[in-house]
Design a protein around this ligand. Structure first.
Ligand code: GLV
Ligand code: GLV
Length: 343
């Protein structure tokens, strides 16, 4: 039974106004994640579970918990670690934390686009390993974005916020794919492009055309200079980038994945990087996490990898944990969740 930090205790008190006595909280307090066995032991008899994206919520786990389990609240926007169909068939609610991590994650996505395009990994390596010679007009030349096409797979919250950040870098065309067109987001992004072009024109008149179009994913791959994957991982997006379609990419394309590792087949990406079809990649997620430092992708000079830091700011992690706790409390009290995932 946990003594909660004051901020969390205050939130629990506000969620459970008078029912504090009846509430027992078990909190995993160690820095190291629980082992599977520890997790299975800990959930026994729980009415609610607050989990992380590293906790697999499957048949074994919910049977270990028992039939009284009402709610699983994940401190993440992604829920590919949860068997949603199964939980829904047993009337177990699932809550997640969209919205509060959108800006932090879009920041990381944009950072990956910039670092990959401008060869930051090779540059840093040169500084650290004394390979920085004199300034050279032909050294470590990267790509920039003026007049280029940005492809966003999944124009949800994070995809839209990433596009909004990247438009001012000069993209003149956005292609996006996904389950359906988003006309309001298209309009909002066009407004940003218009403001940016009026800003640019006040310094030097330039071609300020901008377009945004919903296209099939294959068209997005073949026509984009920079591709950012902002979709959820599910059966339809597993290995969305694979050995047969990597050859569709524009020669010299940049591929960025701030979403989930298994959306990209690692062999396909490696082959793309080695052939030069993929000029550079930026990943915040990998097919296995943690990726070992001797993995060919980790060693590739044009593959810039961060260790799943998308939502890793103090502000965002506090908001995520508050929201996850509020979802958990709502589920336990039979109230509507702030954000419910449905099958
Ligand atoms: C992070 O990857 C999340 O899904 O919140
Ligand atoms: C992801 O972008 C979401 O819709 O939360």
């Amino acid at each position: 039974t946990a003594k909660l930090p004051p901020r969390t205790q205050a939130l629990v008190d506000s969620c459970f106004p008078s029912q504090n006595q009846a509430l027992t909280i078990y909190q995993w307090k160690h820095n190291k994640r629980p082992t599977r066995l520890q997790l299975l032991e800990m959930v026994k008899g729980a009415n609610g579970i607050l989990c992380m994206l590293t906790d697999k919520i499957d048949l074994e786990l919910i049977e270990a918990a028992g039939p009284q389990l009402k709610i699983v609240s994940t401190m993440s926007v992604g829920y590919d670690h949860i068997n949603i169909t199964l939980l829904s068939s047993r009337n177990i609610l699932v809550g997640n934390t969209p919205g509060v991590l959108t800006n932090a994650t879009a920041d990381i996505a944009s950072l990956l686009v910039l670092t990959a395009s401008r060869r930051a990994k090779e540059g840093l390596d040169a500084v650290v390993n004394r390979k920085w010679g004199s300034w050279d007009p032909n050294w470590l030349l990267g790509a920039e974005f003026t007049g280029k096409t940005l492809g966003i797979v999944g124009l949800g919250r994070i995809g839209a916020a990433t596009a909004a950040r990247l438009i001012p870098f000069g993209f003149s065309k956005i292609l996006y794919s996904g389950s359906k067109p988003h006309s309001r987001t298209e309009q909002l992004l066009s407004n940003i492009a218009m403001a940016v072009s009026s800003f640019n024109n006040s310094y030097s008149p330039c071609d300020s055309s901008f377009s945004i179009n919903f296209v099939p994913t294959d068209t997005l791959f073949s026509d984009s200079d920079v591709v950012v994957l902002c979709c959820a991982l599910n059966d339809a997006t597993h290995h969305l980038v694979n050995c047969s379609n990597i050859s569709l990419f524009k020669h010299g394309a940049i591929l960025v994945n701030p979403a989930r590792g298994p959306i990209v087949n690692p062999e396909a990406l490696l082959a793309g990087l080695c052939s030069g079809r993929i000029f550079a990649a930026g990943l915040d997620v990998t097919h296995i996490e943690p990726l070992t430092s001797d993995h060919p992708l980790a060693l590739h000079p044009r593959c810039f990898i961060l260790p799943h830091l998308g939502s890793a700011t103090i502000q965002t992690r506090e908001a995520m944990s508050d929201l996850a706790l509020a979802n958990l409390a709502s589920g336990l009290l039979g109230k509507k969740l702030y954000h419910q995932v449905s099958a």
